[in-house]
Design a protein around this ligand. Structure first.
Ligand code: EPZ
Length: 434
């Protein structure tokens, strides 16, 4: 089984270019099926989650073509709209974003059948708010045995939806179901993440009428038809944040290119607060750190608060800081599974309920680690890069879901990391890096 092997202890220096935002791309790729015309989407991150979703879109009959590694053409006009229209295969059951095809196909055909989402094990991941929104638009929603969700409607009528929870997925899914509905839909208590705005901008470029994305009230006026478009996805704020914390944890100096600094504000502010230096340019940030950082308190919140997807990476960095820090995870129920792995490297973290009390130590020792989920996996790589000696990280399939060429980008920054698939390759790496 492939795993990363890392020799830590080096300050990472140089430049890294950030890919398109995975969590915007997944909504946008699904939304492309809402028109029968061709959509050309640029800056698509070449990661497993987008590959799996594109395969599912092709499997229901759409024409999908990679124009280049990061540019995809999707034409939804050939999707077979009949009773066996069903999105279900072993791959799609592994990714949560499969549920975006529920909203898109319901919005287009008044009918959708999709296998229940999987996703990382960071919490229950219910979809009650998605279902609440679909029902508000006049759909019936049934969950079949075997884990399929079937949503159908005579026709979709705009309505007012108040989300009980600020949820990215439900906000995007209801937006997609409403764009071709009759009349006006209002989504209250909507999520405001940059990727919500990106999906709304994409839909508007197809001729939708969506206002207020990025605020907590989104107003949608249904239109008759959507047309093809060309669109480029925003940079990934979480990949950028991951490399920002990597620079701090390894006491390095990295220029992170192709970012929107405004989307990184919560991360920038916290890194400056603990003693790192973040310099903002138009479309890049430089992150530097030397010596030990200070402690701080963090509570993960919906955007523009500190992002939950940056919680493991920040905890890994704070566990090397001076003093005691506290991180409270307010979004997911089970997002501290990496703590036991870090403890094996010498970290001192105590999880109490949905908070982690972190007592800073002056260094990590390399260890053999297992990635529990996507962002925790990235955090363990950061820990390995900061540690003294060798580390391995298994179950890197989680990391490959959301990071494109992660090890290649780290090597370009001077990091000693390789993907190995055998002990022989592991030994060769150890001999080579010494
Ligand atoms: C999206 O997940 C992202 N995934 C997650 O990123 C991210 O952590 C999350 O938003 C929050 O920002 C994708 O975009 C594919 P939510 P999503 O619905 O949409 C509860 C990563 O690392 N909730 O905003 O599933 C839910 O349990 C991944 O890239 C309900 O109660 O998250 C959670 O506590 C991990 N009912 C909270 O809302 C619902 O119907 C936020 O979930 C839906 C959600």
């Amino acid at each position: 089984m492939e795993k990363y092997v890392i020799k830590g202890g080096k300050a990472l220096e140089g430049e890294v270019t950030i890919a398109g935002a995975k969590n915007a791309a997944l909504g946008i790729l699904a939304a492309a099926v809402l028109t029968d015309e061709e959509c050309i989407i640029e800056n698509v991150p070449y990661v497993d989650d987008t590959k799996v979703l594109l395969r599912a879109i092709e499997n229901i009959g759409a024409k999908v073509k990679y124009i280049d590694t990061h540019t995809v053409s999707i034409c939804g006009g050939t999707i077979h709209n009949d009773e066996d229209l069903c999105v279900d295969d072993e791959y799609i059951r592994k990714i949560r974003a499969s549920y975006y095809l529920l909203g898109a196909l319901l919005g287009k055909f008044n009918y959708a059948q999709v296998a229940l989402p999987g996703g990382c094990d960071i919490g229950l991941r219910p979809i009650d708010q998605h279902i609440k929104g679909f029902k508000a638009l006049g759909a019936t929603v049934d969950i079949e045995n075997g884990g399929k969700i079937i949503a159908k409607a005579e026709n979709l009528i705009g309505n007012h939806v108040y989300l009980d929870v600020v949820t990215v997925g439900a906000t995007i899914n209801i937006m997609m179901a409403a764009v071709l509905a009759e009349g006006k839909t209002t989504i209250e208590n909507a999520a405001k993440e940059p990727h919500i705005v990106d999906v709304a901008n994409f839909l508007n470029s197809m001729g939708a009428n969506i206002k207020g994305a990025g605020t907590d009230v989104i107003r949608i006026r249904g239109v008759q038809k959507l047309k093809g478009t060309e669109y480029s996805i925003i940079p990934d704020q979480i990949e950028a944040g991951t490399f920002m914390t990597m620079a701090v944890a390894t006491k390095g100096n990295i220029l992170i290119k192709n970012v929107i600094p405004k989307h990184l504000e919560a991360i920038t502010s916290k890194l400056n607060e603990i003693g790192a230096r973040v310099i903002e340019y138009d479309d890049s940030v430089r992150v530097m750190a030397d010596g030990r950082m200070k402690s701080t308190q963090i509570k993960t919140l919906p955007y523009p608060g500190f992002p939950t997807d940056m919680q493991p990476q920040m905890a890994t960095t704070l566990a090397l800081s001076q003093g005691t820090s506290v991180i409270t995870e307010s979004i997911f129920e089970n997002r501290f599974r990496y703590v036991n792995e870090l403890a094996r490297m010498g970290a001192k973290i105590k999880v109490e309920g949905n908070s982690a009390v972190i007592t800073g130590v002056d260094g990590y020792k390399g260890a053999n680690l297992v990635a529990p989920d996507l962002r925790a996996g990235a955090a363990l790589v950061i820990a390995g890069l900061a540690a003294e000696g060798f580390s391995t990280v298994e179950d890197i399939k989680y990391i490959l879901r959301g990071y494109e060429d992660f090890d290649g980008k780290i090597r370009a920054l001077g990091g000693d990391i390789e993907v190995v698939d055998s002990d022989k390759e592991l030994q060769k790496f150890k001999l080579r890096v010494g």
